[in-house]
Write a protein that binds this ligand. Structure first.
Ligand code: ZN
Length: 465
């Protein structure tokens, strides 16, 4: 009898527990549905706000999907380029995969921004949102940019180099960077380049204003008008050419100009007429000891005589610029002779160091517009002259510099005189005491110096007419 009663009460308790479980489950389900509704509502809201600024006519196709806890949405126009759709899809799925462990959404679309009257910046945008359970809302957690691609269209035609630059000076600056890259790619495929090959790269117009381009977030791809050593196209880092292109086509805004700290004072030490194998080497030791990077305007004939020293200049982090081959007054030469002076120095420097000079200092500072056009590089003058070539006393050199220096000065010294090199430690001490820091010429000018311009200091830039 007691046994039966016991069994009965166990049964009752079981039924009760089951019932409670059902009720609990029902309530939880209600809660879940409520949250789910809330979730869906928020998703709609986000989609709406994300697409609000887009032209609705441009977005008539959508694709959605689930990846565990992540939902993804992809929007584009019916007439969208197939490659772009594939890129967008790949980018969306990669982001979705990344977010699959989180309750989250991914929204992708083709963002169009008008840069000017002829070009449109098209950007594949993928945005991530993570669900915040407590706040019952989404938190924005950033854009996916690794796989994004920018397409630049001029009336949907292929863009050209001229569409993203301002003038001849921009073109010449980019051309120089491309020339160096072509030489380096070719040099890496064989032991050394001969003179004819370097001539071919420097004298040929395989890159023009009209060359086709494709723009990616961190690189510009240029297609050559004709093949050079079997090379048909090339990627250049956007960071390298940033001062010479329309900044609106740069999607990764982190790639900014290497600006100097405006609260500090800077000067650039420049050394002309070397390198030799005595005082130049002594100077390099002193600069290393002081932890200073300087700029050397070298003579091609000196580089040919002392290639190891030129190599050491570049290896130790200094900047190398061209100062012609034989130090003539260029304004007195025939255009053909000027070209020869520049080309021979380019060859000497490239052979010795693997880099091409990207700045030029004319001997005696003698220059005019037509010479600058032939040279095709930014012209670097000076606004502090140490006058080291005419004195025999290092105190006089130091005093001259210290008395005439200001923030942004470009200081002219010659590394071929022992006395100039001997004056460096005292000069550096004085300048440091007065709060100056030392940078290369390109650093001083934030890498934005252009051909067809001459620079006397940070705030003295004169354009050739
Ligand atoms: Zn000189």
């Amino acid at each position: 009898m007691e046994k039966k009663l016991l069994l009965l009460s166990i049964l009752c308790a079981l039924i009760l527990a089951l019932l409670m479980g059902v009720i609990y489950k029902y309530l939880m389900n209600q809660e879940y549905l409520k949250e789910q509704n809330n979730f869906e509502e928020q998703v709609e809201k986000i989609i709406e706000s994300e697409l609000l600024e887009q032209d609705k006519n441009q977005i008539d196709q959508s694709k959605r999907g689930d990846n565990q806890y992540n939902k993804y949405y992809m929007f584009h126009s019916k007439t969208e380029n197939k490659n772009t759709i594939n890129e967008l899809e790949a980018q969306t799925k990669a982001a979705s995969q990344q977010m699959k462990g989180f309750r989250s959404i991914i929204i992708s679309y083709v963002d169009e921004e008008k840069v000017n009257d002829t070009i449109v910046n098209r950007n594949l945008v993928t945005k991530k949102y993570i669900w915040d359970k407590k706040a019952k809302s989404f938190n924005y957690s950033g854009k996916v940019i690794e796989l994004s691609e920018i397409l630049l269209y001029k009336n949907r035609n292929e863009p050209r180099l001229k569409d993203i630059i301002n003038d001849e000076a921009d073109f010449l600056a980019i051309k120089r960077i491309v020339q160096e890259q072509v030489l380096n790619i070719h040099a890496s495929s064989k032991y050394t380049l001969d003179d004819e090959e370097i001539n071919y790269v420097l004298a040929n117009d395989f890159l023009t204003n009209n060359s086709k381009i494709t723009i990616y977030p961190n690189t510009l791809e240029v297609f050559f008008d004709k093949e050079v050593f079997g090379i048909k196209k090339m990627s250049i880092s956007i960071e390298k050419i940033l001062p010479f292109i329309n900044p609106k086509i740069v999607s990764d805004k982190d790639v900014l100009k290497k600006e100097l700290d405006t609260s500090k004072k800077y000067v650039a030490l420049t050394f002309d007429d070397g390198p030799n194998d005595t005082s130049t080497i002594k100077l390099l030791e002193k600069l290393k000891k002081e932890n200073i990077k300087a700029t050397f305007f070298v003579l091609g004939q000196m580089v040919d005589r002392n290639p190891e020293v030129a190599k050491q200049i570049v290896r130790e982090g200094h900047e190398i610029g061209s100062h012609s081959y034989t130090h003539p007054d260029l304004t007195q030469l025939h255009p053909k002779e000027i070209k020869e002076e520049v080309l021979k120095t380019d060859k000497a420097v490239f052979h010795a160091t693997g880099v091409l000079p990207k700045i030029f200092r004319p001997p005696y500072g003698a220059i005019n517009g037509s010479v600058a056009q032939i040279i095709g590089l930014p012209i670097i003058q000076w606004n502090v002259d140490s006058e080291d070539w005419k004195v025999s006393n290092k105190e006089l050199i130091v005093n001259k510099v210290v008395q005439t220096v200001e923030h942004g000065s470009i200081i002219l010294i010659h590394d071929i005189h022992e006395i100039s090199v001997d004056s460096i430690p005292d000069m550096v001490n004085h300048l440091r005491k007065n709060g100056y820091e030392f940078v290369t010429v390109s650093e001083l000018l934030s890498y934005s110096q252009k051909p067809l311009n001459q620079y006397f200091g940070i705030n003295d830039n004169r354009k050739f007419k």
